[in-house]
Write a protein that binds this ligand. Structure first.
Ligand code: ATP
Ligand code: MG
Length: 684
């Protein structure tokens, strides 16, 4: 059987799939079958009798985990899979791990995962001055660098950072007190647990004998360390990635993980895949030309295997309305010609660019799905429902309790909540239990007569609902509305119709979930949705619109990339990095299988005004247009080139010799000649 499915792979892919013990690095360009190779390897390992439950595969999204699982299982005899292999995101793995081992940190495993929005609200309540985004990002950075508040305080130079270290400390105390974990904790706490308990680390490592990671170029320092611990008893780690597709540098991912893999793991076998199976030769050729302008890269060969294909189409428009019209017309034609909407995608670097597209699609009645944007579960009404459901599964969750105790309005104000909070700390009891256990008289002393009655009724209602839930996972949704009148509280609200539609969609979704997974409970559902990522909500029969970041690993027959203008793409400004922008360009172009259309405009309405724009340098760098200047590859240096050096200023190249990936240049700086390596100068 195994021979059968290996036959669809090329020789290098086969070799990689059949690799069993020891570290393996598969380093290869876009569309070369990296994901396919590790999927096949998973099937191969199971087919030769390796216990599926000893294989752990980590991916970037739940969606890709699901796809890989389906594909791998379709390749092998289902009888071989008694316990399925674990295939999930790093965060999901962290969650499962914490459910089993949280007690090592003297914490209970009924913790709640908070999302970015919750995190910001907590930070705002701790400090009112510093911007929440700054606090949130800094703290995330510290956690991912495994730094405690005390360590940050020690090294902080500026007052601002000492303040943030203080906030970090308070934030951590708040999470601990309420038994909350944030997304970073899902990686950090498992690491800390295994650092603290080496025996446990060895046990877990021995359980997962074979570990695989897709998209390794976008892992960060903490993920690397976690992998190290997980591999500590065997070093059977197989990673795949592409340094040219590293696009999460801004979020702390470090390309060093992949560049230094062979140093990190001794005796690594390196396999390169050099054929692209996704894109036409034309598309691939332009993508390759673009990425060749980056200096910090390993440099790889990537040959096409398909046909030449259509030329890349360039759209030049006056403004975004004309741009949208062209796209809408094209996509209509594709659909009329029988193409599936799900095979078409539009990508952009900056999310704001989707607005005019959405308008145009709505007008034309074309089905589309915007990936990302405001996430469904981040809407206030959905978060309220989630908070209700969390209380049902975990009455110690003060955080959720406080969110819903006055939703819909019951006349419970902030002062009352503060009193309950203070008493809950004093009595070391969650608020829910506190109200339940205090006698009516005691509660009246604490919060007054009217509030006391309201709170007692509230608690009794939650307990009633809990009874219903125990009897019927589906029936509890109707009971919820009957008891709390939550949906109807939006009856006359200005945006009530939208909100009620969201509530209905969410209820329908929960019903489906339990119909399909009758053995799972509400807690499983809540955990699962807290880990949903952007790509996980892709609809089927619709054109996808998404940021380039969200498109990683995906492929579309017909691809449109809009906003190829200087300033938008490459994005220029706050912390943007031209090489990372170019990698984003490479990722974008290489999502296309059959046709690629790139679009730029002369002006766009952005941030309240109309901005005049010039076309992106990426168009000339990828060989799609000849600029008015002679377009040369930045990596070439020839005699006569004018260059600038940080210290010596402007000079002219007199001699140029290629040495490896670099050029050794003799440069004349206003009369004095120096030998300098090309990576130290910029070409004018
Ligand atoms: P990315 O870098 O974008 O993540 P990748 O290297 O993971 O890409 P895959 O998604 O695994 O590439 O494969 C790209 C496409 O090529 C898929 O449609 C896959 O089925 C196809 N493919 C891969 N290997 C082969 C092969 N040996 N023969 C035919 N098709 C292949
Ligand atoms: Mg892939």
């Amino acid at each position: 059987m195994s021979e059968n499915f290996l036959a669809t792979l090329n020789e290098s892919q086969q070799k990689a799939s059949q690799h069993i013990d020891g570290p393996l690095l598969i380093l290869a360009g876009a569309g070369s079958g990296k994901t396919k190779t590790i999927t096949t390897r998973l099937a191969y390992l199971i087919s030769i009798g390796i216990d599926p439950s000893s294989i752990l595969t980590l991916t970037f999204t739940n969606k890709s985990a699901k796809e890989m699982r389906e594909r791998a299982f379709s390749l092998i005899d289902p009888n071989l899979i008694n316990t399925p292999p674990l295939l999930c995101t790093f965060h999901k793995f962290g969650l499962l791990f914490l459910k089993l081992h949280m007690q090592v940190l003297d914490r209970k495993n009924n913790f709640i995962i908070i999302d970015t929005d919750d995190k910001k609200r907590i930070l705002r309540s701790i400090d009112k001055e510093i911007t929440t985004a700054l606090m949130a990002n800094e703290i995330s950075k510290y956690k991912n660098s495994i730094l405690t508040p005390a360590e940050v305080k020690e090294t902080a130079q500026l007052k601002l950072y000492t303040q943030i270290a203080d906030i970090y400390e308070k934030y951590e105390a708040y999470l601990l007190k309420n038994n909350l974990v944030d997304f970073d904790d899902l990686l950090l706490l498992p690491y800390k647990i295994m650092e603290k308990n080496k025996e446990l680390a060895k046990e877990v490592s021995a359980k997962y004998q074979y570990i695989m990671v897709d998209e390794y170029q976008d892992t960060n320092e903490l993920q690397y360390k976690l992998l190290r611990v997980l591999c500590c008893t065997h070093n059977n780690l197989c990673v795949v990635g592409d340094d040219d597709q590293s696009i999460y540098g801004w979020r702390g991912a470090t390309i060093k993980n992949i560049l230094n893999f062979t140093e990190h793991f001794k005796d690594t076998v390196v396999i390169k895949l050099e054929e692209n199976y996704r894109s036409t030769d034309t598309i691939l050729n332009h993508a390759n030309q673009l990425i060749e302008h980056n200096r910090n890269r390993l440099g790889k060969n990537l040959r096409g295997t398909r046909h030449k294909g259509d030329s890349v189409k360039l759209y030049e428009s006056h403004d975004e309305n004309e741009e949208t019209r062209k796209l809408v017309d094209d996509i209509k034609k594709l659909l009329l010609a029988g193409e599936c909407a799900s095979d078409i995608a539009i990508l952009f670097r900056v999310n704001a660019l989707s607005r005019s597209l959405e308008e145009g699609f709505n007008k034309a009645g074309l089905p589309y799905k915007l990936v990302g944007g405001m996430k469904f579960y981040e809407r206030a009404e959905i978060k309220d429902l989630i908070a209700y459901f969390r209380i049902l599964t975990n009455p110690t969750d003060n955080f959720s309790f406080k969110r819903i105790v006055n939703k819909p309005k019951r006349g419970i104000g902030k002062t009352t909540i503060d009193k309950l909070d203070a008493r809950s700390i004093q009595d070391k009891k969650p608020i829910f239990k506190l109200i339940d256990e205090l006698s009516p008289e005691e509660l009246i002393v604490l919060v007054g007569k009217k509030n006391s009655r309201t709170l007692k009724v509230f608690i009794a209602s939650v307990l009633d609902l809990k009874d219903v839930l125990e009897k019927s996972k589906i029936g509890f949704l109707d009971a919820f509305e009957e008891i709390f009148d939550y949906r109807s509280s939006y009856d006359n609200a200005p945006d009530g119709i939208d909100r009620q539609a969201n509530i209905d969609e969410f209820s329908g979704f929960i019903r489906d979930y339990f119909m399909q997974n009758p053995h799972l409970n509400l807690e499983d559902f809540l955990n699962e949705i807290s880990l949903e990522s952007e790509q996980d909500k892709l609809f089927n029969e619709a054109v996808s619109m998404m940021s380039i970041h969200a498109s990683k690993g995906l492929e579309y027959k017909h691809l449109f990339v809009i906003g190829l203008e200087e300033g938008f793409f490459p994005l220029i400004g706050d912390g943007s990095n031209l090489e990372e922008e170019r990698r984003l360009g490479y990722v974008a172009f290489t999502r296309a299988m059959d046709t690629l259309t790139l679009s730029f405009v002369h002006s766009r309405f952005y941030k309240g005004k109309r901005a005049m724009l010039t076309k992106s340098r990426f168009l000339s760098e990828s060989g799609l247009i000849k600029g008015s200047l002679k377009i040369e590859r930045r990596s070439d240096f020839i005699k006569g080139d004018i260059v600038t050096h940080k210290i010596f200023g402007m000079g002219r190249v007199e001699k140029s010799n290629k040495v490896g990936k670099e050029y050794k240049l003799t440069i004349n700086f206003g009369g004095s000649k120096r030998d300098i390596l090309s990576s130290f100068v910029e070409k004018k």
